[in-house]
Design a protein. Structure first.
Length: 318
């Protein structure tokens, strides 16, 4: 498996080495979310219970593998919140596990537990996932009414549809200072639908953690503005700075250099541009017009299936 992290987050998100090939484990610094503990994120694929993978695997099922991974993490990190996501091949219906947090009122606990789901089936891995959440004091976020989370299925095939791709989080992380929004995206690139979790947080002092990206001013040479630059460089103000810089050469070279650089930068004001550092650059689509049209048709069929949830509209989509 592979986990991708933005370069702007490289100093606050680190990879934790574990011995489990189906799990990518990352640790997010607590300062990023403004919480009191670091957040350990598990990105996992759990093979189906009858998969040949388990013939040679150390554990008989993937949910037990998740449990062992967290025990291993405890040897590296003393105390942390959990954020688990991935294709877990677990079907939990609309169930959630009991919340044992003492930091919340009974009303808040009951609200956090309530879930709705378009998939009513519960399979053995689903029950194991519920026990896992109980063991580590976590809750399933898919369909959670507390966050008004999306209840849609995440896997669609000719045989049927199901909710098997999850986000689960420590109950303490789902507190008053953290707002989470879960959405099942309508993309037709795979039989699994992308599930996105947006996290917004407010620190205990009421402030919001700074964004990793920011607007900065940069000098970017523009050949069409060369004459404007030369005019500014020959202006009276610039010539006075250059004269002072020349006069400082025999007494203070650093001062002379500073004046010289200041003169050049002032003259280049016309070249200044504001750029957003840490943002995601827009990329050109790699696919052609025919592929674009096919994607539009597929997305339309997907929206129809998510609305009507019938066997016919599912076959139209797949």
């Amino acid at each position: 498996m592979t986990g991708l992290v933005r370069r702007t987050l490289a100093n606050v998100v680190i990879h934790l080495e574990t011995r489990h090939d189906q799990i990518v484990t990352l640790k997010m610094d607590k300062q990023l979310l403004g919480v009191d503990k670091d957040v350990v994120m598990l990105f996992s694929y759990v093979p189906p219970y009858d998969s040949p993978y388990y013939v040679t695997a150390e554990f008989g099922n993937g949910i037990d593998l998740l449990e062992q991974c967290l025990h291993d993490v405890h040897d590296i990190v003393d105390d942390f919140y959990i954020l688990l996501c991935g294709d877990l091949n677990a079907r939990t219906g609309s169930l959630n596990c009991p919340c044992e947090s003492t930091a919340r009122s009974q009303m808040e606990e009951e609200s956090l537990l309530e879930r709705k789901s378009s998939d009513t089936t519960i399979n053995p891995y689903g029950r194991k996932l519920l026990y896992f959440c109980h063991l580590f004091d976590c809750s399933i976020l898919n369909g959670a009414k507390f966050f008004n989370a999306d209840e849609a299925v995440t896997f669609i095939s000719q045989a049927g549809s199901s909710l098997i791709d999850y986000f689960c989080a420590s109950n303490e992380l789902c507190g008053r200072n953290v707002f989470m929004s879960l959405q099942v995206e309508s993309r037709a690139d795979s039989d699994h639908l992308p599930v996105t979790l947006t996290v917004r947080t407010t620190r205990t002092d009421g402030s919001t953690p700074r964004a990793q990206g920011e607007w900065v001013e940069k000098l970017v040479w523009d050949g069409t503005k060369t004459q404007l630059y030369l005019d500014a460089l020959h202006s009276r103000e610039s010539q006075e700075k250059l004269s002072r810089a020349t006069g400082e050469l025999d007494t203070d070279v650093d001062r002379a250099l500073g004046l010289f650089v200041e003169c050049l930068q002032s003259a280049a004001t016309c070249m200044v541009k504001k750029v957003f550092v840490g943002g995601r650059p827009r990329k050109k689509n790699w696919f052609d017009a025919e592929c674009t049209q096919a994607k539009k048709v597929a997305r339309s069929c997907l929206r129809t299936f998510k609305k009507k949830k019938s066997a016919y509209t599912r076959q139209q989509y797949v």
